[in-house]
Each structure stands twice: as structure tokens, then as C-alpha cells.
Design a protein around this ligand. Structure first.
Ligand SMILES: Cc1cc2nc3c(=O)[nH]c(=O)nc-3n(C[C@H](O)[C@H](O)[C@H](O)COP(=O)(O)OP(=O)(O)OC[C@H]3O[C@@H](n4cnc5c(N)ncnc54)[C@H](O)[C@@H]3O)c2cc1C
Length: 372
């Protein structure tokens, strides 16, 4: 049985959440072993839409709105540093993002949602509702069926695959022990240290961070934690490269740094099925063409499904085990948007620093139903 060289931290899960945390810890001078199940695993980090997005987040939880906005504000600096370290262009564009509405009901619902966040967040919350003329000045290719939309200057997009690659490059350059193809199936707290076991491997460390996406549901209870996460499928279409027509990303259509067009997304409860379906793909394609008629003449080249990592209320869980101090669970469904925060203030907390105020309520005990 192979036994890994000793490190201070074990990070389990090499998706965008685990990789951002590992990067943040390594930047702080910690020794880290990153363990990842590998290419066969479900990986939202590889199938997502690449938005750095705050619009509408946290209508029911001002802490989440503040956490998302702080992460978005830090994103440019985070990207600059990562690009400088690795030479990988993340294709970050953060000049604002747009949510388009196709009827008055959608427009009213949008206005209410953003007004609600703005009234509760307790700090400046930049957004604007735009009429069709204002919209057309920012997005000239928008179609006549669009009745308006909302804009936030904090929003943007990035290449999620380049982000993941850059994080892994930076982690390796900073000296992480990085093991792919290792599925941890047993965790124990023995004599104040953590022991993680996979077939033919055993690893030990002082602290352990569970960042295994949907895998956290099984791993967390082994260390007195909870991660009631379930899959929510999203489907994405990719079109061939087109002449630049979309200077800003919208929630459902974005033109990537390479010129291809991504169209998303659905929200489906279909268990661990990351396939695609014609009905959903047709629906998202039809809406995209109503928003941008130019897309009617662009060929679709690929489609995929990927599984979101979702808690019952859609908010993150950041928690240290009450029974096994030094064990943490981290899970969220906006791992791209929050990557800067995970590598920054969250990694500082995991390393013994103060718990960021914005995330005070993100513990799993909020799911406990009180029985009378
Ligand atoms: C269609 C879609 C669109 C999205 N769009 C956006 C967006 O625009 N912006 C945004 O911010 N977020 C978006 N997301 C969400 C984002 O992709 C996720 O928040 C993020 O990928 C979660 O990262 P993760 O590392 O927690 O999980 P994952 O990416 O799923 O990675 C988990 C990793 O853990 C590993 N693992 C699991 N179990 C074990 C084990 N037992 N041992 C070892 N390793 C294990 C797996 O191999 C995997 O690599 C989207 C998601 C989807 C599905």
C-alpha cells in the first residue's frame, strides 16, 4: 500500500473549488496534497458556463449577495496573478453582464428581484434596468422580441477550462503533491490527525478540506460533517465561431474569447444523468435565437450536460467539523464566481484565520428541521 508523503493539508477534490482552495493555501506557504478522482468523475468544473455573476444572487440571503459581490470585485486581481504565474490567458472579460427579458412579466420579476437584493444587501449594489433602446446601445445585435433587461457592471465571464488548467499549473508550480485518479473512500480522525484511504493508498495530514463536489455527500459524514448536495443538470450548446456580435455576456448566451458561442442552460432534476435531451436543447436554442436572431444562421457543433452541485437552498456550505476540528467541508454552486474568494479569504480561514463575516450563516445546521 502506497503511503503519501506528509503534508499539512489534504484537499479532496480537484474541481474548481478544491483547486482554488489548494492554490490559496499554497500561496500562504502551506504544504498541500490535492487528491482527485479523475476524468471519469462528475465534474461541474468542466461543464459549466463560465460566468462571473452577481446579478440576482442573494435575494433571500444578503450575506450571499455580499459574498458574491466581494468575489466578483476581487476577480480581476485574482486573474492577473494567476495569469502572471502560469502564462495562461483566462479570457476574463468583466465589463458587465446582461440579463435579457422577453416579456413584461419577466421584466417585472427581474426588477423585483434586483430591487430586493439592493434593499437588503446593506452596501452599494450596482445595477440598472434597461429599456430596448438602452439595451441596443450596449448589445446592437439584440432581437426585436427583447423588451428590456438588467445590467450589472460587476458581471463578466471567463474560460472555465483555462481557469481550471491555470489553477492546476499554479498548484503544481507551488509544489503541491497532486494526485489524479485517486478516489477517497474512507476518512478517519486518529490521534488528532486525518487519514484518507483510497484503494492501494493512504494519506495523512493535519487538516483536511472536503471539496469533492457531489462526492462530499458521502465523505462529509465520515468526519462529523454534513453536505446534503444533490445534482441539478444543466445543458449547454456550443456553436461554431462567429464574427464578434456579443460584446457582453448574457445569463444564457455568451461569445467566448475564441469566438464560439455558448448557449445555456437548463435546470433539471434527473439524478446522476449528465446526458443531453433534444427537448431541452431545442428550448434553450429557440430562446437564444429570439434574443439574438443572428444565431439562426450559426451551426451548433457540440452539446453537453453537466451536474450542478446543489444544496437544498442553493447556498454554499462552509463548515468546520465540531467533532473533528481541522476537517472542513466546502461546497457551492457558483464555483467560478467564487473562485477568487475561495483562493483568498476562505483559504485564510481554513488556515486558521478568521471566518469571513459574509459566510456566517453557511453551515449545514440550517437544514435541520426542528421537531416539536
Ligand atoms: C451547466 C452548468 C453551468 C454552470 N455555470 C456556472 C457559471 O456560469 N458560473 C459559476 O460560478 N458556476 C457555474 N456552475 C457551477 C460550477 O461549475 C460549480 O460550482 C463548480 O464546478 C463546483 O466545483 P466543485 O469543485 O465543487 O465540483 P466539481 O467540479 O464537480 O469537482 C469535484 C471534484 O471532486 C472529485 N471527487 C469527487 N469525489 C471524490 C472522492 N471520493 N475522492 C477524490 N476526488 C473526488 C471529482 O473527481 C471532481 O473532480 C455551473 C454548473 C453547471 C453544471
Amino acid at each position: 500500500m502506497a503511503s503519501g508523503q506528509d503534508t499539512e493539508f489534504l484537499v479532496i477534490g480537484g474541481g474548481v473549488v478544491g483547486a482554488a482552495i489548494a492554490y490559496g493555501l499554497l500561496r500562504r506557504g502551506r504544504t498541500v496534497r490535492l487528491l482527485d478522482e479523475g476524468d471519469d468523475a462528475f465534474r461541474a468544473a468542466r461543464g459549466n458556463f463560465g460566468l462571473v455573476w452577481v446579478q440576482g444572487k442573494g435575494a433571500g440571503n444578503p450575506g450571499y449577495a455580499r459574498w458574491s459581490c466581494a468575489a466578483a470585485r476581487d476577480w480581476q486581481g485574482f486573474a492577473d496573478e494567476l495569469e502572471h504565474r502560469t502564462g495562461t490567458d483566462l479570457q476574463l472579460q468583466q465589463a458587465g453582464g446582461m440579463h435579457l427579458c422577453l416579456n413584461d412579466d419577466e421584466m417585472a420579476a427581474r426588477q423585483l428581484e434586483l430591487d430586493t437584493v439592493a434593499s437588503r444587501i446593506g452596501e452599494p449594489y450596482p445595477y440598472e434596468m434597461l429599456d430596448p433602446a438602452q439595451l441596443a446601445r450596449l448589445l446592437p445585435s439584440v432581437g426585436p422580441e427583447v423588451v428590456g433587461g438588467s445590467f450589472s457592471p460587476l458581471d463578466g465571464h471567463v474560460s472555465p477550462l483555462r481557469l481550471l488548467k491555470a489553477l492546476h499549473q499554479a498548484i503544481d508550480a507551488l509544489g503541491a503533491q497532486h494526485e489524479a485518479g485517486v478516489r477517497i473512500d474512507d476518512l478517519a480522525h486518529v490521534g488528532g490527525r486525518f487519514v484518507a484511504r483510497a484503494p492501494n493508498h493512504v494519506f495523512e495530514a493535519d487538516r483536511v478540506v472536503l471539496a469533492a463536489g457531489l462526492g462530499n455527500a458521502l465523505l462529509a459524514p465520515m468526519l462529523g460533517l454534513e453536505a446534503p448536495v444533490t445534482p441539478v443538470r444543466g445543458q449547454v450548446l456550443v456553436c461554431e465561431r462567429a464574427a464578434p456580435f456579443l460584446p457582453l455576456p448574457t445569463l444564457h448566451v455568451r461569445q467566448t474569447g475564441d469566438g464560439s458561442v455558448q448557449i445555456g442552460d437548463s435546470k433539471e432534476n434527473v439524478g446522476m444523468d449528465d446526458g443531453t435531451s433534444i427537448d431541452q436543447l431545442s428550448r434553450i436554442a429557440a430562446r437564444a435565437v429570439r434574443c439574438f436572431p443572428v444565431l439562426a444562421n450559426v451551426n451548433v457543433v457540440r452539446a453537453w450536460g453537466a451536474l450542478r452541485v446543489m444544496t437544498p437552498d442553493g447556498l454554499p456550505i462552509y463548515e468546520e467539523s465540531p467533532t473533528c476540528p481541522g476537517a472542513f467541508v466546502v461546497t457551492c454552486h457558483s464555483g467560478i464566481t467564487l473562485a477568487s474568494a475561495h483562493a483568498g479569504v476562505l483559504a485564510a480561514w481554513l488556515d486558521g484565520g478568521e471566518r469571513p463575516a459574509h459566510i456566517d450563516t453557511f453551515t449545514a445546521d440550517r437544514f435541520h428541521v426542528q421537531r416539536s
